[in-house]
Write a protein that binds this ligand. Structure first.
Ligand code: PNS
Length: 166
């Protein structure tokens, strides 16, 4: 009987903050699923396939992390794979209200538990959207994302600015 948990998110792209939580979860559980949730109303910087490829390469070192996409409810992903626990990072009190709502909703739907891991203070200000904004405007984010992500981010920003007509 494997002890399983899922780390869900958009991961557009994965940051060192996400990786910190996934790594810590991988030490607590036999198998950690990283679920890249598809949000059809949001156009990301990276496709879901690109996000998965980056996460797979970066988390291969842990040996017990499985990366998949999912379109739909997180509780259905958990039910289909018999995953009893969702692991989420909490960066600050500002995260708590919404995370608590989701945890209570998910528990009410299927009984799945949510476990909160306090984010390392080094990453308490970090989010994928801030990383993208800072990188797009020329700021250095090399210390905030894994090296592979930094390379892909730099390439994507260069492609985008080359494609701009104005
Ligand atoms: O990285 P994000 O965007 O902050 O992650 C949020 C995410 C994807 C974990 C959350 O929006 C989610 O669980 N979406 C899946 C759809 C779902 O189950 N919605 C009901 C939540 S109670």
């Amino acid at each position: 009987m494997f002890r399983r948990a899922v780390c869900p998110g958009s991961f557009d792209p994965i940051t060192n903050g996400h990786l910190d939580i996934i790594e810590r979860a991988s030490r607590l559980y036999d198998v950690v699923h990283v679920a890249v949730l598809v949000n059809k109303s949001k156009k990301g910087m990276f496709t879901v396939e690109e996000r998965i490829a980056m996460i797979e390469e970066i988390t291969a070192q842990y040996g017990n992390v499985k990366v998949e996409s999912h379109a739909g409810l997180l509780v259905d992903y958990c039910k289909d794979r018999e995953i009893p626990a969702i692991v989420k990072g909490l960066r600050a009190v500002s995260d708590f209200d919404y995370e608590l709502q989701m945890a209570q909703m998910n528990h009410g739907l299927t009984g799945v538990e949510t476990l909160f891991v306090p984010t390392s203070p080094t990453y308490s200000f970090l989010s994928s959207s801030l990383v993208k904004e800072v990188a797009t405007l020329g700021g250095d984010v090399s210390h905030l994302v894994p090296e592979l992500v930094f390379r892909r981010l730099t390439e994507r920003i260069a492609e985008r600015s080359a494609g701009q007509t104005d």
